[in-house]
Design a protein around this ligand. Structure first.
Ligand SMILES: [Zn+2]
Length: 288
């Protein structure tokens, strides 16, 4: 079956487009070895080795210049070009970013993490789709293409991670299991979250970790945001983004950050217009 563009449905010849832009991949080429871990187990390549010299490429069917809608050109103009310089400034030297540039970095990271989790995204090295791709509501990406806006109910946080940082005191919190929330009119979807880290240029192994949650019709909070260990980037990006003021998370704290949200919550049908939150959930249970 020919591939079709995830944004506009046009036929896509060839392998599709890189979800992680080549300007970002080039940063890391030759900086390896890298290992890929799924559920904390190193994933071997075809030859059985677990180390590789390049980050894996992820391809997604997106139409290009030979299609009237040129969705890849649109992605480039809308997300890559406005953010590229500022993402590089952050990864080169944790430079302070302000104003519209924070907005550009935030939208770029939302777009990149979102598309990485698309069910049609293919990891060229693993030759298969991500094991736990997200459920994308029908029409979400076409609406993003036609409006140019990030879809609703996507939230993004960022943290500085250094595995060798001194242990960070974490608040106690329960994992928020994101439910599948729907309205009778068909709106809604299945909650999911993901994390992706990008290496900085510093020699001590600092990475910037982005965490994206899709929480349709659900209001969520991030327990590490409240105590200043992560910073919210979307929605409502800050006027000033200074990663040097964020404490570095050690390995255990980063692992804990990865468990702030989990997918696989129950199915909840709500009256049109109502949203789910932890407090309404408690009411929901006590009413049964
Ligand atoms: Zn397209």
């Amino acid at each position: 079956m020919p591939k079709t563009c995830v944004f506009c449905g046009a036929p896509v010849p060839g392998k599709g487009e890189h979800v992680l832009p080549t300007w970002l991949l080039r940063r890391s080429d030759g900086q390896g070895p890298f290992t890929i871990e799924i559920d904390r187990q190193p994933v071997p390549k075809h030859n059985g080795k677990t180390e590789r010299q390049q980050l894996a490429r992820v391809l997604l069917p997106v139409c290009g210049g030979d299609s009237p809608s040129d969705c890849n050109g649109w992605l480039n103009d809308t997300f890559e070009q406005p953010a590229k310089r500022h993402v590089n400034d952050i990864l080169d030297s944790l430079q302070v970013i302000t104003g519209q540039n924070v907005d550009a970095v935030a939208q770029w990271a939302v777009k990149t993490l979102l598309l990485s989790n698309h069910p049609k995204a293919v990891n060229t090295e693993l030759r298969k789709r991500p094991r736990r791709s997200w459920v994308f509501p029908d029409g979400m990406l076409p609406a993003m293409r036609s409006t140019g806006k990030i879809p609703d109910d996507l939230s993004l946080w960022a943290a500085v991670v250094n595995p060798d940082a001194p242990p960070v005191a974490l608040p106690s919190f329960e994992t928020t299991v994101l439910p599948r929330v729907t309205w009778e009119n068909g709106a809604g979807g299945t909650g999911s979250s993901t994390m992706l880290g990008f290496a900085t240029s510093d020699p001590i192994g600092t990475t910037i970790a982005f965490q994206l949650a899709f929480h349709p019709l659900t209001d969520i909070e991030h327990p590490l945001e409240e105590v200043g260990l992560v910073t919210r980037l979307w929605p409502n990006p800050p006027a000033r983004l200074d990663f040097q003021t964020l404490p570095a998370l050690d390995q255990a704290a980063k692992d804990r950050m990865g468990r702030v949200f989990a997918s696989g919550g129950e199915r909840i049908n709500l009256p049109v217009g109502e949203r789910w939150s932890r407090s309404t959930m408690q009411g929901y249970f006590s009413a049964q």
